[in-house]
Ligand binder design. Structure first.
Ligand code: TPP
Ligand code: MG
Length: 783
């Protein structure tokens, strides 16, 4: 007896396809029903539309069937088009890794998420998606990370898989796709598949005909194989018959909107149009006349992306090599649903009557709507079970455990009585590069063409550039002197990116998921000019949302950048750092603070709960403080410490963050005789302070253990009506809230206008950040 039930029950390819078609019907139903249930059946308590995308799911049902139940291998990872999320949940439901309750609470509190989420969903999700384009592009970076791990011996070759994106055609409009294509080409991208659900519709309308052929050209230029799946097997068979060619030509010339509206109107409309347009082609008309309206409709919607045979053959054909491949699979948005092809169907929801008709058409009995095998029939059920069994491992594999990387208890403070935080950062990284400790091998640095100017050059000199195929340092070979030694190879630890900050964040996100994706943690460190963080904000948010772990260094920052001028002088980045979940923001002033924070950061990247870390640094050299003891360290890691502790009942404190420390320290010296016990607070992380303060308030509110936050304790010794002057080279709101902690009056100094060129004395005077400004602000508070 044959041991393989699938082989036993399914002798032919036709049987196999019939089984996949049954799967496709199951996925169509479960996705449509999940959305219908959330919108029409579940109690709605607030009148807010629940939503969901039945049309976008229907469009991708065949593709996902072919991928998940035919092509997928256990080491592959998939980013699913955000609004096809219900299909992914349906797949896991059939495999037993998703519960009925989760489907029934789709888009509800604690239920299956609207869009696949690594952190919020109960099923394994390889990549969170939602912001269109990002889920696509990160698969290319994940593939580069896989190559990095392979080359470094962190991943055995048999564990390598393909990084696959299932994407909508409108995602091809997102610029980040093309930035990533360029970077991918430079890094010899491989093992990456993007499968486009080419339904010729976006959210608002049908998409532009003029782009028909261009996408393929662009990808081919960037080294991709492009596989266009325009026609299903039935269409291709008909094209081969006499008269078929004219129909093929007609389809080729048909515009997106025409194809969509005819699909919506159905067989009779197709017939009227084809008979009119092909009036001079009797043999073609004869072919059409053979088909009744339903068969004609079925033929015209037999597109590549709805033909399991076409899809599975294409996937098989591409599986033999590692070339990055773009599959353009033509589909119908809302296929087989009442609003199919209609340009307004993006958020369309079926009515009760329409879902009932679909249920009946699929042979599902009333009351069996959630039955996994409803409508399958007894005959097919054993083979259906066997198919699920066969694919279970590839689809449901748990993420590997990635052991923690031990971090040294201390990172040494760089020597130097006068130095900037950016220079100190470079020296600490250089020390790491020279270290034999295992953690140094796990550091991966990356930068969008600002490696040298953010002081990462020393690290790169020691550890080299990562290149899959070796790259010699031509300048060194030709004995041309340069402090930067840029040889590259498989053991290199710096991934140099072109100037596309968005790519930096996608790269950091992919590196920061190396642990859960591949079982080896990396310690990614990315540098960027602080103002240009804004260029990659959505990708930063995206990385944090999926709990990727990385250290981001924004440097130089603020008007302290001086002569570089206004557009380079960051203002709002501290507020970005404070408001971004999953990212802890620090702005140290001194080298010893930085060394302490970086050690903490390498631990925090691996902690649970933990997260990513953002350091806002500066090129301004500062005199380093002489410390009596290490007592400040614990407080600095909580967000602030008293550089000059206040006396109990003091009437005033000055608080500052970062590079304007000298101005504030001089103000302190000037005021301390007049204001006895004047305190000077060094804020290392306004973010940590504020979060902990909020959390403490929340815990009191929820009646849990009464908590006092660090900032409440720090400000405790001041007189209740003491005044605060805060100063930061950035948005003053970063620190102005300190006054709310105990209800104290605040003068919040900072920048809220664009900067300009100048030396620091001029700029600090102009922007009210110099010592005089601080004295002035203090006087005003006491008036
Ligand atoms: C960055 C971003 N902008 C806008 C949206 C809102 N949005 C969600 S889906 C969509 C259209 C997607 O069309 P397509 O990719 O072709 O997918 P389809 O639904 O047609 O399969 C838009 C604009 C979003 N999710 N992300
Ligand atoms: Mg579309």
């Amino acid at each position: 007896m044959d041991a393989d039930p699938l082989a036993r029950g399914l002798d032919t390819q036709a049987d196999r396809l019939a089984l996949l078609e049954a799967m496709e019907r199951r996925l169509l139903w479960l996705s449509a029903w999940t959305i219908h249930h959330a919108n029409a059946l579940r109690e709605n308590t607030d009148g807010v539309k629940v939503g969901g995308h039945q049309a976008s799911c229907a469009s991708m049902t065949t593709i996902m069937t072919a991928l998940y139940f035919h092509a997928l291998r256990p080491c592959d990872k998939v980013a699913v088009k955000p609004h096809a999320g219900p299909l992914l949940h349906a797949i896991h439901y059939l495999l037993g890794t998703q519960t009925c309750e989760q489907l029934q609470t789709f888009r509800g509190f604690g239920g299956a998420q609207s869009y696949p989420s690594r952190t919020k969903d109960a099923i394994p999700v390889d990549f969170s998606t939602g912001s269109v384009g990002l889920g696509v592009a990160i698969t290319a970076f994940a593939s580069l990370v896989q190559d990095y791990l392979l080359a470094h011996g962190h991943l055995p070759h048999e564990k390598a898989g393909r990084m696959i994106a299932l994407m909508g055609d409108a995602e091809l409009d997102e610029g980040n796709i093309y930035e990533c294509l360029i970077e991918g080409y430079k890094h010899e991208l491989r093992n990456c598949w993007w499968i486009v659900d080419y339904n010729r519709q976006s959210l608002d309308a049908t998409t532009a005909d003029r782009m028909f052929d261009r996408f393929g050209d662009i990808f081919e230029t960037c080294g991709w194989r492009v596989v266009t799946l325009k026609h299903g097997a039935a269409q291709r068979a008909l094209f081969r018959r006499p008269g078929g060619e004219a129909l093929a030509d007609w389809i080729e010339a048909c515009g997106n909107a025409d194809y969509a509206v005819l699909t919506y109107q159905g067989g009779a409309a197709w017939r009227r149009r084809l008979e009119r347009d092909l009036a001079g082609q009797p043999r073609t008309l004869a072919l059409i006349a053979e088909l009744d309206d339903h068969a004609l409709y079925a033929l015209m919607t037999n597109l590549g992306g709805h033909c399991l045979q076409t899809l599975t053959e294409a996937f098989d054909a591409a599986a033999g090599d590692e070339r990055p491949t773009l599959f353009i699979a033509y589909t119908i948005k809302g296929r087989d649903l009442p609003f199919q092809g209609h340009k307004d169907n993006h958020a369309g929801l079926m009515t009760d009557g329409q879902i009932t008709a679909l249920r009946e058409r699929l042979g599902i009995a009333v009351g069996e709507e959630w039955e996994p095998l409803a409508g399958i029939g007894d005959e097919l059920a054993p083979a259906f079970h066997a198919l699920l069994e066969e694919k279970r491992e590839a689809v449901t594999r748990p993420e590997p455990h990635a052991p923690r990387v031990p971090i040294p208890a201390e990172l040494a403070t760089p020597a130097g009585a006068r130095q900037s935080t950016q220079v100190a950062f470079g020296k600490i990284m250089l020390d790491c590069a020279k270290s034999d400790a295992p953690f140094a091998r796990r550091i991966t640095t990356t930068s969008p063409d600002v490696t040298v100017s953010t002081n990462l050059g020393g690290f790169v000199n020691q550890r080299g550039l990562f290149r899959r195929t070796g790259m010699s340092d031509v300048f060194a070979e030709m004995n041309a002197q340069s402090p930067q030694k840029w040889a590259g190879g498989g053991t290199g630890q710096h991934i140099e990116l072109g100037i596309a900050e968005h790519n930096l964040f996608l790269m950091l996100a992919a590196l920061g998921l190396a642990g859960p994706h591949f079982g080896t943690r990396l310690l990614p460190v990315g540098t960027v000019y602080d103002p240009f963080i804004a260029r990659g904000l959505d990708a930063l948010n995206y990385g944090c949302y999926q709990d990727a772990r990385f250290l981001l260094v924004g440097t130089p920052s603020g008007i302290t950048l001086g002569p570089e001028g206004g557009a380079h002088q960051s203002i709002g980045t501290p507020l970005i750092g404070m408001s971004q979940p999953g990212l802890t923001f620090f702005e140290p002033a001194f080298a010893d603070e930085l060394a302490l924070i970086m050690q903490w950061a390498f631990e925090h990247l691996q902690a649970d709960p933990g997260g990513s870390v953002y350091l806002r640094l500066s090129t301004r050299p500062l005199d380093q403080p002489e410390r009596d003891s290490g007592g400040w360290r614990e407080d600095a890691l909580k967000g602030a410490y008293w550089l000059r502790p206040p006396e109990r009942g003091a009437q005033l404190a000055l608080a500052f963050a970062g590079a304007i420390a000298p101005e504030v320290m001089r103000a302190h010296e000037a005021l301390v005789e007049d204001v006895p016990g004047l305190g000077l607070l060094a804020v290392t992380s306004a973010d940590l302070l504020h979060r902990e303060w909020s959390a403490a308030q929340a815990s009191r509110w929820t009646g849990r253990r009464p908590a006092t936050s660090h900032i409440e304790r720090l400000l405790g010794p001041l007189a209740p009506d003491a005044k605060l002057v805060t100063a930061i080279d950035g948005a003053p709101a970063t620190l102005s809230w300190l006054g709310a902690v105990r209800g104290q009056r605040v003068a919040a100094l900072g920048t809220d206008r664009f900067g300009q060129t100048g030396d620091l004395a001029d700029l600090y005077r102009e922007y009210r950040l110099d010592t005089d400004a601080i004295l002035d602000a203090t006087a005003e508070l006491f008036l």
